[in-house]
Design a protein around this ligand. Structure first.
Ligand code: HEC
Ligand code: HEC
Length: 169
């Protein structure tokens, strides 16, 4: 009589262990994919990871993908809405992917001040300048120029610097 509930209890206990292990495995797999799959070095919260990979997929076909921090969120919002893109025609991006990309870009960029004009080019963005306090930037700074100082730019890594800058005071 007494052994039955004991068996049940240990089965429940076992089930709980199995569930915990599966969760842990899934979690570590997701983390491993984040760093190796996307080629990025900055940690991104789980709820932004899909947005980030959609951003890299959607926007990485023609040029290196810039880090969201270099432009204000309003520039990103307009870029996601406009199929006229710096003189080329983009395929419209549909929701929900567009919404996920926007949530990611918004989370990693900053708003502009009231009355401030919205920069269309990275070269005219004060956030881009603020990220480069000690750098004499090329004029104009274009997406093609990033790689000269950020050798990992093609893999969405803007932390690694070329030797010249790595050791600069
Ligand atoms: C079909 C090719 C193509 C795709 C896809 C594309 N772009 Fe571009 N993008 C261009 C071209 C061409 C330019 C202009 C380059 C130039 O004039 O220096 C450009 C320029 C830019 C610039 C401005 C760089 C500067 O000079 O300041 C940004 C920012 C940008 N793209 C973001 C995006 C984003 C965000 C997406 C995804 C929604 C995207 N691009 C997708 C072709 C593309
Ligand atoms: C002339 C060299 C040079 C060029 C060109 C350049 N960068 Fe940088 N970038 C640096 C250096 C050096 C730093 C580190 C900050 C500093 O020392 O001013 C930096 C920092 C950054 C950061 C901050 C990284 C962090 O630690 O969070 C981002 C983002 C960035 N750059 C993006 C870009 C993008 C996008 C482009 C191209 C449009 C670009 N950079 C072009 C040299 C450059």
């Amino acid at each position: 009589m007494r052994s039955i509930p004991l068996v049940r209890r240990s089965t429940t206990f076992l089930m709980a262990i199995v569930v915990l292990c599966c969760t842990a495995i899934g979690w570590s797999a997701a983390r491993a994919m984040d760093t190796t799959g996307l080629g990025t070095v900055d940690p991104v919260p789980q709820n932004q990871q899909l947005g980030q990979s959609l951003y890299l997929q959607t926007c990485g076909g023609c040029h290196i993908v810039p880090s969201p921090a270099v432009l204000p969120d309003e520039t990103w919002r307009q870029l996601l809405q406009d199929t006229q893109h710096y003189g080329v025609q983009l395929a419209p991006i549909v929701d929900p992917p567009r919404l996920l990309i926007w949530n990611y870009l918004r989370a990693f960029s900053r708003p502009i001040a009231e009355g401030e004009s919205v920069p269309y080019r990275i070269n005219n963005s004060r956030y881009f300048k603020a990220l480069h306090p000690r750098v004499p930037l090329p004029q104009p700074a274009t997406l093609g120029s990033c790689i000269s100082c950020h050798p990992g730019a093609g893999a969405y890594d803007f932390r690694s610097l070329s030797a010249e800058w790595q050791n600069a005071p």
